[in-house]
Write a protein that binds this ligand. Structure first.
Ligand code: MD6
Ligand code: FE
Length: 205
């Protein structure tokens, strides 16, 4: 869908509804991937348990445990490689990155987040990737409030609604901006029910 990018910040844009036409298929694929690599709530290095359930696909997946955050080629839960990234997902991420001005994006990992009402993601930077390639984020299901700050944790936060099918791309001067997701409000979405999914495509190496 050729749509005018909405400016978010220097190096960051939102493509509203860019993934809407692919939603039903992609959500079915999320469920298939989750049969092979189940959603799980990971432990943080601080000893807490994340409220968001996660799984991954692609050559590497993101993991958190008592030892820290890292990308690994094998799912620690199953002992198997992560499921392959569907070729259509990869194509969507590359096309979205290009529309945001990032040519040559080659994602090797997709982190899949599942939010139920009340689940949240605290303010963080994405910096476990060795590459400074952009991140492409695709949202499905219940709406969420994306908190968008600056490169310092104490920078003021903007609150940006992310709706079903919205795609956010950030890199460049925005790559290490602090961001998070406010606690998900309860609701019923026609496609996902009481759930929000977020896919983030990354280049990890
Ligand atoms: C979310 N996303 O939207 C959480 N990180 O559920 C992230 O933390 C995120 O959307 C880096 C780039 C894009 C993202
Ligand atoms: Fe993030």
């Amino acid at each position: 869908m050729a749509m005018r990018p909405e400016w978010l910040d220097d190096g960051a844009v939102i493509l509203r509804g860019h993934a809407t036409a692919h939603a039903a298929r992609m959500i079915a694929e999320i469920r298939r991937i989750a049969c092979l690599a189940p959603f799980r709530r990971m432990t943080t290095p601080g000893g807490g348990v994340m409220s968001v359930a996660m799984t991954c696909c692609g050559a590497r997946g993101w993991c958190s445990d008592a030892r820290g955050y890292r990308y690994v080629a094998v799912d620690p839960r199953t002992g198997q490689p992560w499921p392959a990234m569907p070729e259509t997902w990869r194509g969507l991420a590359i096309t979205a990155a290009r529309a945001a001005g990032y040519d040559g994006f080659e994602p090797d990992s997709c982190l899949i987040n599942g939010y139920r009402p009340g689940a949240r993601m605290g303010l963080h930077q994405d910096r476990d990737e060795r590459s400074d390639a952009p991140v492409v984020s695709v949202s499905f299901g219940l709406p969420a409030i994306f908190q968008w700050g600056g490169v310092r944790r104490t920078d003021p936060l903007r609150r940006i609604p992310l709706l079903h099918g919205d795609v956010v791309i950030w890199g460049g001067a925005s790559r290490y901006v602090f961001h998070g997701i406010a606690p998900l409000r309860a609701g019923a979405h026609a496609v996902t029910g009481s759930c929000r999914y977020n896919l983030t495509f990354r280049r990890t190496l």
